[in-house]
Design a protein around this ligand. Structure first.
Ligand code: TYM
Length: 354
């Protein structure tokens, strides 16, 4: 395969209730990726959000809130590119080209669409069905090589790889003729891992922690106050046994496994490390320790988010700057894609004044 410069891309939907799963499975890892010697782009995917109806005024607030969460968690907008998807038109443009590359059969297999559309599939938006294609466009508009996400996004990233592969094959002659060698798009590597790749509900260890769970006690929101965080952990569902001393002992104990995983991810250690300290302990000992750790890790983020969202002008300026920098990269990809596909396009000077 052709050599591609390492580039990291990921996105979060501004659909409200940003929770501990989003933080540990995604945002915290975005921050860690900044230490790599690679350009990182972190996108608030507002066009994905409207695949289900969003109240316009609420949506604007939620876009700013996710941006604030990025910044409050430690994403540095001078090093990484922080922006919202709708300000970079190339995402939608590339999605159209990919609509003509992806196959109906591929999309029909997407489990997240089936879950989200539910029984009333005829009434789901076409955007919801096409969601994974837009996601491929997000990633490949930057020819991103690495995408940190939670485990629930694995199938979508496989589709992104399939689309890149098919584009490279379908247009191989044109790709070579335009001087791009044998592959134009990289086969993106998903970065799914760590102890919190799948954070589960605090009320049911077999269900994913989710923004849409009707019970607020099922999740820890990034905006929760310290008292609320501690209370939700105290009330989290558990079983009557003490913690095992080996990870194998967490099998068949989904709630215990989840709380140990959360502790490990917050502390930046492994489940083994946690059980070395807490093996044999009762939940009456472990839960307060976890609550303390969660509060010390999360309360400063919530405080900083409140401070940042009080100044929407600053957040909008960060997004505007990030969008300009993102567009500079994506526009190059789209120019090349248009040439490869065979479109006639304006020259560089006209593009520059758009
Ligand atoms: P969203 O907003 O639903 O989720 C954002 C990120 O949070 C992760 N996540 C979790 N991780 C661990 N445990 C959980 N319970 C949990 N719940 C959510 C998700 O895996 C995700 O990483 N489709 C994406 C948004 C997107 C995107 C992209 C991501 C659009 N374009 C391009 C990467 C690259 C999503 O699920 O957002």
């Amino acid at each position: 395969m052709a050599a591609f410069t390492e580039l990291v891309f990921s996105g979060v939907q501004p659909t409200g209730n940003l929770h501990l799963g989003n933080y540990l499975g995604a945002v915290k890892r975005f921050v860690e990726m900044q230490a790599r010697d690679a350009q990182c782009l972190y996108c608030v995917v507002d066009m994905h959000a409207i695949t289900v109806w969003q109240d316009p005024e609420a949506l604007r607030g939620q876009i700013r809130e996710v941006t604030a969460a990025f910044l409050a968690s430690g994403i540095d907008p001078t090093r990484s590119i922080v922006f919202n998807q709708s300000q970079v038109p190339q995402h939608a443009e590339l999605a159209w080209v990919f609509n003509c590359v992806a196959r109906l059969g591929w999309l029909n297999r997407m489990t997240q669409f089936k879950e989200k559309a539910g029984k009333d599939r005829e009434n789901a938006s076409i955007g919801l069905y096409d969601y994974p294609v837009l996601m491929a466009a997000d990633i490949l508009a930057y020819r991103a090589t690495h995408v940190p996400v939670g485990e629930d996004q694995k199938q979508h990233l496989e589709l992104t790889r399939d689309i890149a592969q098919k584009f490279n094959t379908d247009f191989s002659g044109s790709i070579a003729a335009h001087g791009h060698g044998e592959a134009f798009f990289p086969i993106t590597e998903p970065l799914i891992g760590g102890p919190a790749a799948r954070v589960m509900s605090l009320r049911d260890g077999t269900k994913k922690m989710s923004k849409s769970d009707p019970s607020d006690n099922a999740r820890i929101n990034l905006t929760d106050e310290a008292d609320t965080i501690a209370q939700k952990i105290r009330r989290a569902k558990t079983d009557p046994e003490p913690l095992p001393s080996e990870v194998a002992g967490l099998k068949e104990r989904p709630e215990a496994d989840n709380l140990v995983g959360i502790y490990a991810a917050l502390a930046g250690i492994t489940r083994e490390d946690v059980l070395r300290d807490f093996g044999g302990a009762q939940f009456s000992t472990f839960k307060p320790a976890l609550a303390d750790l969660a509060v010390t890790s999360l309360a400063p983020i919530a405080g900083e988010m409140r401070r940042l969202t009080a100044d929407p002008g600053h957040i909008d300026a960060v997004l505007a700057d990030g969008s300009t920098r993102a567009e500079a990269i994506a526009a190059q990809t789209l120019d090349a894609v248009k040439d490869i596909v065979g479109f006639v396009r304006r020259g560089p000077s006209l593009q520059a004044v758009r």
